[in-house]
Design a protein around this ligand. Structure first.
Ligand SMILES: Nc1ncnc2c1ncn2[C@@H]1O[C@H](COP(=O)(O)OP(=O)(O)OP(=O)(O)O)[C@@H](O)[C@H]1O
Length: 350
């Protein structure tokens, strides 16, 4: 699709103050402490496309998701939605319109649906909140259509959440998110809490809805096999920063950053009964005390003295954006992965 990107994120940062209470700090002489959950992240998402953010737990994916829908205010940087800077704080009618245009789907469909409400009330809530349909009969009809669009039936609106399976509950969450006819959906691990066998069904529904409605997605996942199924572009995050940003085909056929390669090598391989070829090595450092220089250097086989002191910037190298001194200096020229190395699980086998 042409035109300017729907979402533009520029130098976005978010720190959380995790200091001990004031009195403890004074008595014990402890300094204030901050977690830099997101640290200078920039990307854009074209209309009708999906950007996936991947990375191990704690790398800042969910914080980016919350910043994008305005649930958190950034410490620094900009988030522009259709040209409007939402990071500056929105008020009144403009805030209400924007909240309608972007919706979020969470990981846990058990926690995000009120167990005491019928599906009708759950899915109709945004219609009432935004005063989109005032007449109860018309709202019912609309809820019926929304449920059908996610593969449920209109009769399901009379049931309660506990009467559905996990995959069906996530479909209800999607139907509710679609009620306001949003253009942008932020999906935070939407299938991670589901049985492996139903993940692909939910992902396929999301892809169909994207095609039918021209939706734009930010898709958060720690699972590269899932990301491969849904994304157009992939951003790989490590300790609050983007280390690689590339088109999906490029990222899977020729991952550049050593961290991306490590994550790809850890994807379960169908020919090895679903075991990974090389499990992820090492552990994510403590975000309260991140390593100097490139924060990946303690786990990186290519790290040298410069990597230990100088933080690499994300820069365009041969068509992808990479933050890695070894690649920038030409010390490391990543080879394309062999076809065998790309034998990751398909959506049906996730
Ligand atoms: N509200 C908060 N207060 C303090 N620290 C926070 C808060 N939210 C996130 N963090 C910290 O910020 C960092 C990034 O967290 P975030 O949840 O964004 O990561 P993530 O990649 O989504 O991880 P996961 O996959 O486990 O959800 C972590 O170190 C986390 O502990």
């Amino acid at each position: 699709m042409n035109g300017p990107p729907l979402v533009e994120v520029q130098d976005l940062s978010k720190s959380f103050d995790v200091s001990a209470p004031w009195l403890n700090r004074v008595v014990e002489g402890k300094p204030r402490q901050f977690v830099h959950a997101v640290d200078g992240v920039s990307f854009s998402i074209e209309r009708g496309k999906t950007l996936a953010l991947v990375g191990e737990s704690g790398c800042g994916k969910s914080t980016v998701a919350r910043l994008l829908v305005g649930l958190y205010a950034p410490t620094a940087g900009h988030v522009r939605f259709d040209g409007i800077d939402i990071a500056q704080g929105l008020r009144g009618a403009q805030a209400s319109v924007l909240r309608r245009r972007m919706q979020m789907i969470f990981q846990d469909p058990y926690a995000s649906l009120n167990p005491r409400w019928k599906v009708l009330d759950i899915v109709a809530e945004p219609l009432i909140e935004h005063r989109l349909i005032d007449e109860a009969d018309k709202r019912r009809a609309r809820v019926g259509e929304l449920l059908k669009s996610v593969g449920l039936t209109a009769a399901d609106m009379e049931k309660f959440p506990h009467q559905f399976s996990g995959g069906q509950r996530q479909r209800i969450s999607i139907a509710r998110a679609l009620a306001t006819q949003p253009e942008f959906l932020v999906c935070d691990e939407p299938t991670s809490a589901l049985d492996v066998s139903v993940q692909a069904q939910v992902l396929n529904i999301m892809k169909d809805l994207q095609r039918q409605r021209g939706l734009t997605y930010l898709f958060i996942s720690h699972n590269l096999a899932v990301v491969r199924h849904v994304s157009d572009q992939v951003g790989v995050m490590y300790l609050g920063r983007l280390v690689e940003l590339a088109d999906k085909a490029e990222l899977f056929s020729r991952p550049r950053h050593p961290y991306t390669r490590m994550l790809l090598d850890a994807i379960p391989d169908i020919r090895m009964s679903g075991r990974s070829r090389t499990p992820v090595q090492g552990e994510v450092p403590n975000p309260l005390n991140p390593p100097s220089g490139c924060s990946f250097h303690p786990r990186c086989p290519l790290a040298n003295a410069r990597c230990k002191v100088e933080r690499p910037a994300l820069q365009a190298i041969a068509g992808v954006r990479i933050a890695c001194h070894a690649i920038e200096e030409g010390r490391y020229q990543p080879e394309p992965r062999s076809a065998a190395g790309n034998q990751v699980l398909t959506a049906e086998q996730l």
